[in-house]
Write a new protein. Structure first.
Length: 358
C-alpha cells in the first residue's frame, strides 16, 4: 500500500512542455567567434522578444558585427567542513590550498575533463567554506564539479582528521542564487559583447540617438539599479534573452538567476557614435550533458555550430556562451532604444501579443 504522503513520480514517460520557438537574426559576430548570418533560436512566450532581438542583431551587423570576448571560464562547488576552532580551521585550509597537485590527483579520478583551477575559502567561526573552481570542458559542469567534490571530501577528512563533514554544498558556490561572489571570482563563462554604432545607424534602425541611449542607460541601468538595491546588475532585461536561449539549447534554466547579473556600459565616442557593451560574468552553458539529447536541442546546437566533434574540449561551449551573450546584448540595445521613445514599448506588445487575443 502506498503512503499518500510519500513523494510520487509518474511511471509514464515524461511529457514535454510546448514553448513557442523562433530563430532570429541574422547575427554577425567577430572576436573570439567569427560568423556571418547566424540565426539564433529563442523559446519564449513573450513574442515581442523575437523582433526586438532581431532588430539589435540587424543594426549590429550593419556596424560590422558584435565583438565577443571570453574573459574567463570556470564552474564551482563549495563544500562545508567544520573544525574544533577557528585557529585550526585556518591552519588546515591554508595547508589544503598549498596542496593543489594532490587535490588535482583526486579530482582526476572523478572525470577526465575536470581540472581544478583554484580554491578560495572563508572561515566563519569554526566553519570552513571551501570554494573549488574547475574547468569542465563542454559541460556546464554542475554534476562534474559536485562529483569531484564528493571525491575530495573523504580524502580531505582522511588527511585532516580534526575536520568534520557538514555539507557537499555551502552556498559559497553560488548556485542559482543572487550573490556578489560569482561576479567577483567567476562562475560559468565570463563574456563581454560590444559594438560601436555610427550615429546614422542609431537613427535609421533604432529611431534614437547615441546621446538618448547613454542618458537612459545612466538613469535606468545604473541609477535605477542602485535605487532598487540591485546586486552587481545594471541591465534592462538580460534574463528575458537568457531564458529564451537556455530553453532552446537545453540548458538548466534556473541559471538565469546568476546569469542575469549583467552590466551594460554606454558612451558617446569623440566621433559622436555610440559605444555599447553588455558584460555577462556568469553565463552557465554547456553543449553536452542532461537535456542535450532532445531532438530539437540537437538541431539548435547544430544550427549554432556548437556540436562540432572535431574541436578541442570546451570550444563548443565557449562558442555557445558567446552566442548567448550576443543574444542578450541585442535585446538590451533594442529595448533601451525603444524606451527612449514614449509609447514604443507598449505599442509593440499590443501589436504582437494582445492583438492575437482580441
Amino acid at each position: 500500500m502506498t503512503n499518500s504522503t510519500s513523494p510520487q513520480i509518474s511511471a509514464n514517460p515524461p511529457l514535454f512542455a510546448a514553448v513557442p520557438m523562433q530563430s532570429v537574426g541574422p547575427f554577425k559576430l567577430i572576436g573570439d567567434v567569427v560568423v556571418d548570418d547566424l540565426m539564433v533560436p529563442l523559446a519564449t512566450y513573450e513574442s515581442p522578444l523575437w523582433p526586438s532581438v532581431a532588430r539589435g542583431a540587424r543594426v549590429a551587423a550593419h556596424a560590422g558585427g558584435i565583438r565577443v570576448t571570453v574573459v574567463d571560464e570556470r564552474m564551482t562547488r563549495s563544500i562545508l567542513l567544520q573544525a574544533p576552532h577557528a585557529g585550526l580551521a585556518t591552519e588546515c585550509v591554508r595547508h589544503i590550498q598549498a596542496r593543489h597537485a594532490d587535490l588535482q590527483a583526486v579530482v582526476a579520478k572523478s572525470s577526465r575533463f575536470a581540472q581544478l583551477l583554484d580554491t578560495h575559502f572563508q572561515v566563519v567561526g569554526n566553519l570552513i567554506y571551501l570554494r573549488l573552481e574547475f574547468s569542465t570542458g563542454d559541460a556546464s559542469g554542475h554534476n562534474m564539479v559536485t562529483h569531484a567534490a564528493d571525491q575530495l571530501i573523504p580524502w580531505l577528512l582522511a588527511q585532516y582528521p580534526h575536520l568534520q563533514y557538514v555539507s557537499i554544498s555551502a552556498n559559497y558556490c553560488t548556485d542559482k542564487k543572487v550573490s556578489a561572489v560569482n561576479g567577483i571570482l567567476g562562475r560559468g563563462k565570463y563574456v563581454v559583447c560590444e559594438v560601436t554604432l555610427p550615429r546614422k545607424l542609431c537613427q535609421r534602425f533604432l529611431k534614437t540617438t547615441p546621446e538618448a541611449i547613454v542618458d537612459l542607460h545612466i538613469k535606468k541601468d545604473l541609477l535605477g539599479s542602485i535605487v532598487s538595491g540591485g546586486l552587481r546588475s545594471a541591465n534592462a532585461h538580460v534574463a528575458n534573452m537568457l531564458l529564451g536561449f537556455y530553453l532552446a539549447t537545453g540548458q538548466d534554466a534556473a541559471n538565469i538567476v546568476e546569469g542575469s547579473q549583467a552590466i551594460n556600459h554606454a558612451e558617446v565616442t569623440p566621433q559622436g557614435d555610440l559605444y555599447f557593451s553588455t558584460t555577462l560574468p556568469n553565463l552557465i552553458v554547456g553543449t553536452v550533458g542532461n537535456g542535450k539529447g532532445l531532438d530539437f536541442v540537437r538541431h539548435n546546437l547544430t544550427q549554432l555550430g556548437c556540436d562540432n566533434p572535431d574541436v578541442a574540449p570546451g570550444v563548443n561551449a565557449r562558442r555557445l556562451a558567446c552566442i548567448a551573450g550576443a543574444t542578450a546584448f541585442c535585446g538590451e540595445l533594442s529595448l533601451l532604444a525603444a524606451q527612449t521613445n514614449p509609447g514604443e514599448l507598449m505599442a509593440a506588445h499590443i501589436k504582437l501579443e494582445r492583438a492575437h487575443h482580441a
